[in-house]
Design a protein around this ligand. Sequence first.
Ligand SMILES: *[C@@H]1O[C@H](CO)[C@@H](O)[C@H](O)[C@H]1NC(C)=O
Length: 192
Amino acid sequence: MARSSIFMLLLVAAVLQISVGVRAQGTNTFDWDFQVRGDAICTNLATGVTIDNHPPYAMNTAGFSDSHRNIISYDTDDIYALGFEKLSSDPSASFALSIYKWFPSDSSARPSVFQAKGLTGIVATVDEGATFRILRTGSLELRASDGSLAWTTGTESAGATRMEFDLDEGNLILYNKSGAKVWESRLNNGSR
Ligand SMILES: *[C@@H]1O[C@H](CO)[C@@H](O)[C@H](O)[C@H]1NC(C)=O
């Protein structure tokens, strides 16, 4: 009896855990259909990232810290988040577009596994008030607060129709209509 009660508790816990994971469809993946959604503008603020035209499900449910301002994150420890990463503690410090493991239980992050870099291999940096743009054209852009372009995937003409962020693998992927990968952060730092 006791044993089956414990089993039921574990089962309920597992189901609850899964329902957290599927908040944005799939198992800890965040999906974005370029054809369905308009442009999304995600702004880097000290109070956290604001998102214009966000989807019906939340994009950044796991909070943020001054050094890591999450754009896409879930409230589960030890899975990846995409966000603006402050590169030094200097109040006027610059930020990178980064992927890192995030721990909402204490708002901490592990060292980044990805930082968007230009063709020269140098990390693209932006300021507070900068924007990460998910554009209907099928490309992603990082712009400083004055609107100047710091980094882009350069995929406008690549036919990307869907974006996926895999929170288990820490990979941001663009797919075309036939499901082929057009760009992925794991293999590509993008281009300026
Ligand atoms: C998607 O990309 C693959 C690989 O480059 C290509 O063979 C295919 O034709 C593309 N599909 C579309 C609809 O553009």
